[in-house]
Write a new protein. Structure first.
Lengths: 631, 369
């Protein structure tokens, strides 16, 4: 196994460096215990290896969806599809088993792609119920297709499935396949895709405005989960040699969910630990309590009790103990002391000379408007949050967007970035209408933003947050990343370098290893700015990229900052202008707005009431009335 | 010379095994003791333990005792495989009784077949169970064997010439049951004058019943699941059908008597065993079961009880606890008296005994004679 980016800098990623501590020791002991228990169970009874492998595969399948916080209960349904498809391929069509199984798993994945589009729009419990319904449909379909499946009585000799041809276990091959799949998942976690998935897990809306196609990633994960469940089902079919609809009941899906809940769904091996534990424990209990013949329920009760205790004492699952041990640090230089470090970092920001790199020279040629809003409106029910707002933004300028609370400033930024598309009107960015496009497309076109309510990927490190911003610039495909080709490593380390440079500019490099949620309010705002800039900044040497328009939307960037910090921020924004960026900034700090803006647009009750140079706007009677209250 | 030595060795072994059964003979039982289907497994366990008590108590095997190891297979295929492996490899049992459900048997029995351990199912009725190999036996009559016996008795008593059939066409079980009814009637020389079907969820069967009654059959045969059994019976009586009615397995349920009321009177059903059976072994079993557990046995207890007695008989006949010897002796069992009646294994290791036919009279099952 080789993990890319395990250079010294890897320590900055939350979750890769382990430090001692009672919890970490306990979790290692637990891990070893589970592995030993499973080995023991398997050595005593080799047939139990099949069972373990099937459950481990199902555990991986649960990870693939739960990692994105998709509460899917479709695993039993996908396992059923894989099982029956493999049985039909192998027995009815005579396909060799090693081909039939992956083919069957692919059938599951295809079905997932088809049902995923409508189903993945749902969230939480609604998704759970919808996927539960899917599982039931599969079960009923099995019963209603007796020619294909043997109907309610099942697929075995009696219904034309020759038993011997179906029952073939290849446990060793499966064990290798499982290792390979685990390696792929582990490796994926360290790639651009893995980072994008973590970002979606942390904050799907923010991920979309970083150019990440959230729907595609969710669909891909759902299909991967279905593939793994389908493979488990196919292996099950050939392991037990007979199938009926009762094998894929709802309770099976709940079992699979339990693997992930018990093991922890944040890290790929969490559900594996859960599956290993829940497979070995009942077998060990059965064998050790077998003298209690008249208490058949006892092993079940002890099993349930162990499960309850485990959940109570490890609410985040087994792997949460690792994370717990990690939470107190965060990197070689930070987190535990995040507060004091932050203070020092901030001081350093004030005094440090602005480093030269980190920002690209984008070519701000010509004076054409980069953004043109034409009669942009947005209704919420009967309320008009925006009413026919129109203005131009010149390339390479800084424009202030001000107005009283509730004037529609954030709504306008949401409309431009596609988070809440406008009800009507046109939004022309570099000449093309982007109104109503999905947020990730708009982001890729060259519009980045920060949020009034901070939307960082809280559990990721500061550096990772900024590297997510580089998502659209990293071109390596997933298979290339799995192979860890030199090009991929170069790209990754370059992305990190860029991110470090940006963080240095914003005086945050000291905090790059800290968990983002541990930072102070003002620091978090600057991380958001760094992240947004990371997305906008083209790769060096990318002439086309440098020529592309770059628009940065800052929604109250100075909120939570003190006067000195605000001033420094103003200088920074002004620097952006000299580098060719166009900035639209929403702010309540009037000093800041007056100092840095070329033009100011004033909104009130969703309408534009004034527009012009700062000194014009500050004298405008309509503006004064809006701010001072109609006197 | 060599042949003589081998022959005398074999003879010596045969003699020694005939006289020396081991002090304890381990028999495994893998049954569903927990979960949705545990009521079957618990009945089975009671039947087995009653037989165990009688066999060991009466010194049926001389000074040898049977050690019965009951394990829970949870009606789960993987657990079934796991439990079979444990019984075979760790406990080194001579034979396994079980598992409870046919679906588990399809997964677990091949493990025993491969290891050369005989299996006796006492509740598995699906077709194809004994096709899994020459070590796989069962003493549970499948529905396909119960129906012909029932039809024959009814035809003989009433001199039936013409019969009519109503069945549910949307379910595998009723469809296959209807097929068995058809061939049983044909075998008995009865003409099938009408055959009608309905779909799951239908609530009005009068049209089909009217059509059938116009053909003036002497016998009605219904293959329904429990959901439709009572309305089918009630509507048949409503439109004036007074001829004998034979119901399929869906009617073999106390709820039919309870909810059917007067309409259920005269309903004839077949079962592998009934508590009303009057042969001495059956009566003795019911009495002993009642004395031990304080309630009446069901068909599963009777089949399990008989199963362990069959195993003990095979061990006695074989004079050995050897797996192959027991298998051969089991397969040779013919015409012995058991709680299920006069019992034989056929050449395909399936059971052969007269099944019970009962009729509802005054709101209770009585033996059909």
């Amino acid at each position: 196994m080789s993990f890319p980016n395990k250079a010294p800098s890897a320590g900055e990623e939350v979750g890769t460096q382990r430090r001692g501590g009672p919890k970490a020791v306990a979790s290692v002991v637990l891990l070893v215990l589970i592995v030993v228990a499973d080995l023991w169970v398997w050595i005593r009874n080799p047939d139990d290896l099949d069972r373990l492998l099937i459950n481990l595969l199902l555990g991986l399948s649960a990870f693939a969806t739960l990692h994105l916080r998709l509460l899917s209960l479709a695993s039993a349904g996908f396992a059923a599809i894989g099982a029956y498809a493999s049985a039909i391929f192998a027995v009815k069509l005579g396909v060799p088993i090693w081909l039939a199984m992956p083919a069957a798993a692919s059938v599951s994945a295809l079905v997932a792609l088809v049902i995923g589009l409508p189903v993945l729009r749902l969230k939480d419990v609604y998704l759970a119920v919808a996927t539960l319904g899917f599982g039931e449909i599969v079960r009923v379909a099995i019963i209603l297709l007796p020619d294909l499946t043997g109907g309610s009585t099942g697929a075995n000799l009696s219904t034309g499935f020759p038993y011997e041809a179906m029952k073939q276990t290849h446990a060793w091959v499966m064990a290798l396949v499982l290792l390979a799949l685990g390696w792929i998942l582990a490796t994926t976690a360290r790639t651009r895709t893995g980072r994008a998935l973590r970002a979606i897990r942390e904050n799907a809306d923010a991920a979309a405005t970083m150019g990440i196609d959230v729907v595609a990633h969710r669909l891909l994960s759902f299909a991967a989960s279905a593939f793994l469940a389908g493979l488990a089902g196919a292996f099950y079919a050939h392991s037990v040699g007979s199938l009926d609809a009762g094998d894929f009941k709802f309770t099976r899906a709940v079992d699979v969910l339990t693997y992930a809940v018990l093991g922890g769904s944040g890290v790929w091996f969490g559900p594996l630990l859960g599956a290993g534990f829940l497979t070995a424990l009942p077998i060990l209990l059965r064998d050790s309590l077998s003298f209690l013949q008249n208490f058949a329920q006892l092993p079940n009760i002890v099993n349930g009790l162990a499960l309850m205790l485990a959940i109570i004492f490890m609410p985040g699952g087994f792997t949460s103990m690792f994370e717990g041990a990690l939470g107190r640090r965060g990197g070689p230089k930070a987190a535990g002391k995040a507060g004091s470090e932050a203070g020092r970092a901030r001081k350093r920001w004030h005094s440090a000379p602005v480093p030269a790199d980190g920002l690209a020279e984008t070519k701000a040629e010509g004076n054409e408007p980069i953004l043109r809003l034409v009669e942009v409106s947005r209704n919420f029910g009967g309320v008009e949050a925006l009413s026919k707002v129109g203005f131009d933004l010149r390339r390479g300028s800084i424009c202030g967007l001000i107005g009283p609370n509730g004037a529609g400033k954030t709504t306008l930024i949401n409309a431009i970035t596609g988070v809440i598309p406008p009800s009507s009107g046109r939004i022309l960015f570099a000449g093309s209408d982007i109104a109503g496009r999905p947020p990730h497309r708009i982001a890729r076109a060259g519009i980045a933003r920060t949020y009034q309510n901070i939307q960082l990927f809280g559990e990721m490190s500061v550096l990772e947050n900024v590297v997510v911003g580089r998502h659209v610039h990293i071109r390596t495909s997933l298979p290339e990343a799995w192979l860890s080709l030199p090009g991929q490593r170069r790209e990754e380390s370059h992305a990190r370098k860029e991110a470090h440079a940006l963080l240095s500019r914003l005086g945050l490099d000291e905090l790059s290893g800290a968990r983002a949620s541990t930072l102070s309010y003002g620091d978090q705002r600057r991380v958001e700015i760094a992240r947004a800039l990371a997305m906008l900044t083209p790769e060096p040497g990318d002439r086309e990229g440098a020529a592309r328009p770059q628009l940065l939307l800052l929604d109250e960037p100075a909120a939570g900052m003190n006067e000195a910090e605000t001033e420094k921020l103003g200088d920074f924004i002004a620097t952006l202008k000299t580098h060719g960026y166009t900035v639209l900034v929403v702010e309540h700090h009037m000093d800041l707005i007056m100092k840095i803006c070329d033009r100011i647009v004033v909104l009130d009750f969703g309408r534009k009431i004034a527009e012009g140079a700062p000194e014009e706007v500050s004298r405008d009677p309509a503006v004064l009335e809006a701010y001072l209250g109609g006197e | 010379m060599k042949r003589i030595i081998v022959a005398s060795l074999a003879a010596a072994l045969a003699v020694s095994s005939a006289v020396a059964l081991p002090a304890t003979i381990k028999i495994g039982a893998a049954e569903t003791l927990t979960g949705d289907n545990s009521s079957y497994g618990i009945s089975i366990k009671k039947g087995l333990e009653l037989a165990l008590q009688e066999i060991n108590g009466s010194k049926f095997l001389g000074s040898s005792k049977i050690d019965l190891i009951v394990m829970d297979e949870k009606a789960d295929k993987q657990e079934g495989i796991s439990v079979f492996n444990k019984l075979i490899n760790d406990e080194k049992v001579s034979l396994i009784i079980g598992p409870t459900l046919s679906s588990t048997a399809f997964a677990a029995d091949p493990v025993a077949q491969q290891a050369g351990v005989p299996v006796l199912g006492t509740s598995t009725t699906a077709s194809g169970i004994t096709d899994m190999g020459d070590f796989i036996f069962r003493d549970s009559l499948p529905q396909s064997a119960v129906i012909p016996g029932t039809i024959n008795k009814v035809v003989a008593k009433y001199g039936v010439k013409k019969a009519a059939l109503l069945y549910e066409s949307t379910n595998e079980y009723s469809k296959s049951e209807a097929g068995v009814f058809k061939s049983a009637l044909e075998q008995a020389g009865v003409q099938l004058v009408g055959s009608e079907s309905y779909q799951k969820g239908d609530s009005d069967f009068r049209t089909q019943l009217q059509k059938l009654s116009q053909k003036r059959p002497d016998l009605y045969v219904f293959a329904s699941l429990i959901g439709e059994a009572v309305p089918v019976l009630q509507q048949a009586r409503e439109i004036g059908i007074t001829q004998p009615i034979v119901g399929g397995n869906g009617f073999n349920n106390p709820a039919v008597i309870k909810n059917g009321g007067d309409a259920a009177e005269g309903l004839i059903i077949g079962a592998s065993w009934s508590i009303t059976n009057d042969d001495p072994k059956s009566v003795a079993f019911v009495k002993a079961y009642n004395a031990k557990y304080g309630n009446n046995p069901d068909q599963f207890a009777a089949q399990a009880y008989t199963g362990l007695w069959l195993v003990a008989t095979a061990i006695k006949n074989a004079g050995s606890a050897d797996r192959v010897a027991i298998k051969n002796a089991l397969g040779a069992i013919r015409d012995i008296d058991t709680a299920l009646g006069k019992f034989s294994f056929d050449d395909h290791r399936d059971p052969h005994h007269e099944n019970a036919v009962v009729v509802v009279k005054n709101g209770a099952y009585v033996l059909f004679k």
